[in-house]
Design a protein around this ligand. Structure first.
Ligand code: DX5
Ligand code: ZN
Length: 217
């Protein structure tokens, strides 16, 4: 099965993030998933642009920056300058989603839109042509280590069907939250092309084994 693996450094030792990014790169990750939380959109506070810039020095892999922040349009330039390759904003956090996604592309980054578990895929209806990646949250954002919400599989399938109808098969569908080797194959069959995983990879016997198990190997 072809799938990209994006380990979430939210599950790493925050006192040694550079080392974690290097180890994930060596272990076979395809992208590095960086969870940015502002303490408002989600009840947790994590990483800002200076840390993204510092991590940029430790890997040549794309930095997949997941902005769980209010008014993300105010920070797009800062995260792009820090070295983000993909910038994903939450549909729920954007008053002018169309404008924000266009702005991300203008900076040269790939534009992603994320949906919380309770947000319908209908929210994407008028932005399909503005996105390179769609992030389906399979937990309520804010924390690692939560249990997978099963209804996200159907949401992935609905979005994949719509992308096919629109002839936009190259748009990546990423799933984030509670992803393990037990649900990875189901998600890929439904149409997911990128799997984010934090605890599954960091709790595995080795980072490499954690990553490979999500590829079904
Ligand atoms: C949740 C984050 C996820 C999280 C995934 O708010 O967006 O990226 O770190 O962690 P696990 O894989 O442990 O659910
Ligand atoms: Zn995330």
């Amino acid at each position: 099965m072809f799938v990209q693996i994006a380990p979430s450094i939210l599950a790493a030792d925050f006192s040694a993030l550079g080392r974690a990014v290097e180890d994930l790169t060596t272990a076979g990750a395809d992208l590095i998933h960086v969870d940015v939380m502002d303490g408002h959109f989600v009840p947790n506070l994590t990483i800002g642009p200076p840390i993204v810039a510092a991590l940029r020095e430790h890997t040549s892999l794309p930095l997949d920056v997941h902005l769980m922040i209010e008014e993300p349009e105010r920070s797009i330039e800062a995260y792009r300058k820090a070295g983000a390759d993909i910038l994903t904003v939450h549909a729920e956090a954007c008053r002018h989603l169309n404008r924000t996604l266009a702005h991300i592309r203008e900076t040269g980054a790939e534009a992603g839109v994320a949906l919380n578990p309770a947000t319908s895929e209908q929210a994407l209806q008028y932005v399909y042509d503005l996105v390179d990646l769609i992030l389906v949250m399979s937990v309520n954002p804010g924390f690692g280590g939560q249990s997978f919400i099963g209804s996200s599989v159907n949401k992935v399938a609905q979005i994949r069907r719509r992308l096919s109808e629109l002839g936009r098969r190259s748009v990546r569908i990423e799933v984030d939250g509670g992803v393990t080797s037990l649900n990875a194959a189901t998600l890929v069959s439904a149409g997911a092309s990128v799997l984010v995983a934090g605890s599954h990879i960091f709790n595995a016997p080795s980072l490499g084994e954690g990553i490979r198990s999500l590829r079904g190997k």
